[in-house]
Design a protein around this ligand. Structure first.
Ligand code: NDP
Length: 429
């Protein structure tokens, strides 16, 4: 991959941008094909979901300037909201000048849950499951041998008893088995569900109880990806604000989010602004990622900031974001949807682990973009200027008139549909 730094990319036409991207990648004729032919043929859509009547396109842009572990990435982002891609690329440029992002991950272990109720003696049932651990793991792997052949599969198991003290809980006592499964480059929901369903009869035999639920947990806290960055204050300087002022504003903003769920929800929504578009563009299950991320943000018992920001001994701003990231580069609809296939080629990722690390990086960049704007000029200045084009279109502007109306709205500091309609009427008169 050549450099992901492409100056003035935003000023080019869509066609020029595609040519620039293609010129940076080997044998990338699929790009035109993926965009110019139906991005998702309706016949394919009809096989993907029930009651299909069409498809729902989203804008697809690219996050630029990302340098992660010394490697350049052009990051596909599918999103309808203006200013997100610009903000991520802007922060990636700053971090690039500070040496880039660093990432790690905890591996690819996902969790399958089995719920057992009605055991006569739950402690004895728990002990019996633990005694038969290797047998259960072997049976789970026998139900999905191909993942074992790929170097993954069920690796471990543990057991908890929930609501043991029935006088303290109004719910029934239950035994919960966690089967830990390395899903390699797949998100793994289907393979996990196959495994836990297959061992349910054996679990009933061992526990003498009744199995109800057998399904993966989206709280994938053994499938974590973490991104970090370190930025000297001089790189944060912006019009009217010193680098130290920006840095300290970011710290105050983080402390607010980490102390107050009302702020944390909006703060974390901004992080998901970076994460979801990459998850969607690569054909992954964004509901699973969303659910896991918010649960992880509440793991201390209260809902807090997903990111952490601090200042090191040298005065640098240090940021980190760690989240469960149950995404895949194979499986599900990833290789069915032509655009997600193209997006993965564009990224040039080798594994699900690498994809997960890229995704949290974009989340971290997005968070800094929002906090930097909030701590200085406020969010509206940049956001509304970019939003003005959507306002112009909603008011009926077409072709060249879109930019004319948008520019006027920004100049007159009145970015609203009513004003845009007046301008459209004036220009069409
Ligand atoms: P698949 O069922 O498509 O399984 C992935 C398949 O990819 C494997 O069976 C494997 O088949 C093949 N494969 C090829 N190369 C690799 C590799 N390197 N590593 C791993 N597998 C490889 O998808 P998932 O099990 O990942 O399930 C994801 C889907 O499940 C998503 O669409 C998701 O929306 C959905 N889902 C989500 C739920 C949730 O989140 N709660 C619940 C239920 C479904 P082989 O080895 O035979 O080649």
């Amino acid at each position: 991959m050549a450099s992901s730094r492409i100056p003035n990319f935003y000023k080019k036409t869509v066609e020029e941008r595609r040519e620039l991207i293609k010129s940076r990648l080997d044998a990338f004729d699929e790009l035109d094909k993926a965009f110019d032919e139906a991005p998702l043929p309706v016949e394919t859509a009809d096989k993907m979901v029930e009651n299909a009547i069409g498809t729902y396109p989203l804008p697809l842009g690219v996050g630029l300037n990302f340098l992660i572990n010394g490697k350049d990435y052009i990051i596909p982002m599918a999103i309808e909201e203006p200013s997100v891609i610009a903000s991520a690329s802007y922060i990636a440029k700053i971090v690039r000048n500070a040496g880039g992002f660093q990432t790690v991950s905890s591996g690819r272990t996902m969790i399958g849950q089995i719920q057992v109720v009605g055991c006569e003696d739950f402690d004895a049932a728990k002990a019996a499951v633990l005694k038969q651990k290797e047998v259960l793991i072997g049976a789970a792997n026998a139900a999905y041998p191909s993942i074992v052949a790929r170097g993954g599969g069920a690796e471990d198991l543990d057991v908890r008893v929930l609501n043991e003290d029935t006088s303290a809980s109004k719910y029934s006592t239950m035994l919960i088995i966690h089967l830990y499964i390395d899903t390699r480059d797949a998100m793994g929901a289907n393979m996990i569900n196959t495994m836990v369903e297959s061992i349910a009869p054996l679990v009933e035999e061992i526990t003498k109880g009744k199995v109800y639920l057998r399904i993966l947990s989206n709280f994938a806290d053994r499938c974590l990806a973490k991104a970090t960055c370190k930025i000297p204050p001089e790189l944060l300087e912006s019009e009217g604000f010193s680098g130290e002022e920006v840095r300290d504003g970011v710290i105050h903003a983080f402390e607010f989010a980490d102390s107050d769920p009302y702020r944390a929800v909006t703060h974390n929504k901004g992080i998901m602004n970076g994460i979801d578009p990459v998850v969607i563009a690569t054909g992954n299950d964004w509901r699973a990622v969303e659910a896991g991320a918010h649960a992880y943000a509440a793991r201390s018992g209260s809902y807090r900031s997903m990111t952490g920001w601090s200042v090191d001994a040298k005065g640098n701003l240090v940021g980190e974001l760690e989240l469960p990231m149950s995404v895949g580069t194979v499986g599900g609809s990833i290789r069915v949807h032509p655009t997600s296939k193209m997006a993965l080629r564009l990224l040039g990722v080798d594994s699900a682990e690498e994809l997960a690390q890229i995704i949290v990086t974009v989340g971290l960049a997005q968070n800094l973009g929002a906090l930097k704007a909030l701590a200085t000029d406020g969010i509206q200045k940049g956001h509304m200027a970019l939003h003005s084009r959507s306002v112009a279109i909603a008011a009926g502007a077409t072709g060249e008139m879109i930019d004319m109306v948008a520019q006027k709205l920004v100049e007159e500091k009145e970015i609203r549909i009513g004003k845009a309609k007046e301008l459209v009427a004036m220009y069409t008169r």
